[in-house]
Design a protein. Sequence first.
Length: 417
Amino acid sequence: MIRPPLSPRRPLTVAAAALAGLVTAFAVSSPAIATNPSPSASASATTSAPTPQPTRSSTPQEPTCVSAADARYTHTFDGPKGEASITLTNGPLCEGEKQDFALVSYVAPSAKFAVPQYLFDKSVKAFAPVPDGGIGTVAKLEFKVAVPTCFTQVDFVFGSEVIDPLVEGGKRYDNRKVGSPSGIGARSEGPAAWYNGGKGTCVAEPAVEVTYDCAGTARLTLVNRGNVAAVFAVTGSGEFAEKVTVAAGKFETVELTAAQAKEIAVAADGMDAWKGGWKQPEDCQQPEVGEPETSYDATCDELSLTVANPKDGISLTSTFTPSTGEPKTVTFAPGSTKTVTFPAAEGLSVVVTGDLESEKPIAWTAPEGGCDDGGQGGGLPVTGAAAGGIAAGAAALLAVGAVLFVVARRRRVRFTA
C-alpha cells in the first residue's frame, strides 16, 4: 500500500486549533480576567489604530507687571489752560512700585523764562498697583491747575517734589519734565510739557488791618489788592503759626486769643507785612472788683483779725507781725474767709503789711469790766482812694480798716486805727 507523503500544513493546522481551544477554555474558566483583559498583542494579523491623544486646553497667561523704572507712558499737555493727562502703556506697575507726577503753575516776572517764580497752584497724582494684593490695569491720570492771568510758567513733571520758589542758582526740573528728549522725562511720548506765557505783571499787594477787643483778642484782616493770590504767614505767641492764601481782590480773617496776641508778626510772599501786639482799646471799661471785709475781736484769750474776700475779689497776701511771737503770712483767695489769731498779752500789738496794711499797730486791750465779761469786738473801716470819708468816720472805733481794691491791678489799702 502506497501512502502519500504527509504535508506539513496539517499538523500545523491541528496545533493551531488545539492552541485556540486551550485559550478559549482558559477564558471561560477566568471571567475576571476576561472582563478586564490586560493589553496584549492581538493574534489577528490586522494592525490596530493608534489611541488618539487628548487635546490640551489653552490656559490664559497671567498678566505681567513692570517696575517704575521700566514703565512707559503717553501724555497730553495744554499749558495756557493748566491741563495735562498721562497714560501708562505697558503696565500695570508691580506690587510695591509707584510713580508720581505733578502739574504746577507759577507766577513769573515775564512771558519768557525768568526768576524768581512763586508757586501758584499744583496737582500731584500717582500710578500704583491695585490695593490688597491685586494687580492694577493700564490707567490714565488727568491733572488741572489754576493759571494766573498775568505772566506764568506751567510745568508737567515726573515725581512729587515741587520747587517753590524758583530762584537764581536754585533747583530746576530739567529732564524731570514730561516729554524731555532724555532722562526720566523721555519715558513718555507726547508734546513738550512746559509753558511760559501770559500778559501783564503779577502783583499781590498784601495789606493787614488789625483790631483788638477788651478781652485781649486780636482780629487780623488780611487783604489782597493785587491781581494774583497772596500767601500770608501769621505767627503769634505760644508757637501760633498759620498760613492763609488770599485770592486776588479778596480778604480773609484770622483771630488770635489773648495768649497768642501778645506778639504778632505777618509776612506776605516772603516779605514782612506787619508786626505788633495786643493793645487795650480806649473804650474798655474796668471791671468792678469786690471789696474785702475785715473785723477784729479782742478777748481775754486772744486778739483775732478776720478777712472775708468776696468771690469777685482778687487774691490778697499779707503778713501779720505781732510785737511778741512769730509773724504769720496769709493768702486770702477770692471767696474765702480766714482769721489770724495771737495769744492775748499786755502790750500786744500787731502790724499788718502786704496787700492789706495797717497805718498803726493794732493793740490788744482787755475787755471792759475785766476778762469775766467775755471781751468786745468791732469792725474795721476801709480806707483808700474811694473810702476816705468812711475812714474818717470810723477813726473813733479804733478798728482794723477794710480793703478797697481798684480793679484790674492790685492796689494796697490800709487798716486804720
